[in-house]
Design a protein around this ligand. Structure first.
Ligand code: SF4
Length: 392
């Protein structure tokens, strides 16, 4: 059975330290193995105890020091007095008919000086099971400043950046919640609320733990970061030794079109974005993914498809076409014929192309939708609409 429950039953969970002592406790979630080793040395304990805590957190998923059976009881007690492991409260779970589970997570209020710059926020994470694997979609920011016009998260504006621990916690919560029925493979996609490359350092800190064989142990080919096209961020990511797969939220075939739905294109226009993609150092068998939300009557013509094929010619890449779902935003879904034509034009140009449909639409699948409702910013009649890159 899951060791995580929704509020308010959370208060009784042994896995979550809710004690608010006068002295601020440092959050250990999100610290690297080396940081934990250094921290333990700093407090006069052997460095290897830090590595044991890291193992307990990310391999065994133990969030309560008293459950870290690889530590002596005296150290468990000391850690509980001086530190904590901050797992966000599950505000609500939404179970979809397609098996996916959407979590609305309440991020912590500020606790003490160390977290003074944090503020309470809500984000969403989604667990999507499929044959032989589970995919977990996580948020990297609460809200988003990028303002893509087809995205509900944009309506929140940027609330705040998430910490590395808050990103890792989304994966840990989803895995822990399905502890009884794990699929052999876990994919993680950074496609929830936020633009990951505008919260670069915490995102990379979280990714290094996800991809660390001694940490979560996920394969780089099973973790995908999706960006709206932040060129300096892509260039920086290209320099990283450890990095996930990269997806670009393209959504248009001309600057004029892209400017109209993604204001970020005025800063990083298609020419600069595609030039950066051409230089991106792909590993053997790796390919870029271009996400393309197909908006009926706007960017879904065969000419658009031809221009997309020309734009990305020579780049080792695939295109995920995501038909728009009906919603209150001022767009309409493409017809089945347009979807087919778009796909066929790309396929005829030898571009690997896949049509993806958002999952969990009966439980507010669009990223930002739940948080917007909670914030009271939209009325409950708002219907589902796909994010730029909701994975299929
Ligand atoms: Fe931000 Fe992504 Fe939404 Fe664009 S699609 S506003 S980058 S969350």
């Amino acid at each position: 059975m899951s060791r995580l429950t929704e509020k308010p039953a959370h208060a009784g969970l042994p896995s979550i330290d809710l004690e608010r002592s006068a002295r601020p406790k440092r959050d250990l979630l999100g610290l690297s193995r080396d940081d934990l080793r250094a921290l333990l040395t700093e407090i006069g304990e052997p460095a290897y105890r830090g590595a044991q805590i890291y193992h307990a957190l990310y391999v065994e998923r133990r969030f309560d020091f008293s459950a870290m059976s690889n530590l002596p009881a005296a150290l468990q007690e000391r850690l509980a007095c001086e530190f904590h492991v901050s797992i966000p409260e599950i505000g609500q779970r939404f179970h979809s008919n397609d098996g996916s589970v959407r979590y609305l997570l309440n991020l912590a209020d500020p606790i003490g000086a160390e977290q003074a710059r944090r503020s309470a926020a809500r984000v969403e994470a989604v667990f999507m099971p499929s044959e032989g694997r589970q995919t977990i979609c996580i948020s990297t920011q609460a809200g988003c400043a990028v303002d893509c016009h087809f995205c509900l998260t944009a309506q929140l504006g940027l609330v705040r950046n998430l910490t590395a621990g808050e990103m890792l916690a989304q994966v840990l919560i989803a895995l822990e919640d399905h502890r009884e029925s794990p699929a052999p493979r876990t994919n993680v996609v950074l496609m929830g609320q936020g633009e990951p490359l505008l919260n670069y350092e915490p995102v990379m800190a979280a990714l290094r733990i996800m991809l660390d064989p001694n940490g979560m142990g996920l394969a780089a080919r099973h973790v995908t970061l999706s960006t709206s096209g932040i060129v300096p961020g892509i260039e920086r990511l290209a320099q990283e030794k450890i990095r996930p797969k990269l997806a670009i939220s393209l959504n248009a075939s001309t600057d004029e079109e892209r400017d109209a739905i993604m204001p970020i294109n005025r800063k990083y226009p298609l020419e600069a974005l595609i030039a950066t993609c051409r230089k991106y150092p792909l590993r053997p068998r790796e390919q870029l993914t271009f996400e393309y939300v197909l908006l009926g009557g706007f960017n879904d013509s065969p000419d658009d498809a031809r221009r997309v094929a020309r734009l990305i010619a020579g780049i080792r890449a695939k295109v995920n076409v995501i038909p728009w779902n009906p919603g209150e935003l001022p767009y309409r879904p493409p017809t089945a014929e347009r979807i087919r034509e778009f796909r066929d034009v790309l396929a005829a140009k030898d571009v690997p192309v896949f049509v993806r449909y958002s999952r969990g639409q009966d439980v507010s699948a669009a990223c930002g939708q739940l948080a917007l409702r909670e914030a009271g910013s939209v009325v409950s009649t708002i219907a589902s609409a796909p994010p730029a890159a909701l994975p299929a």
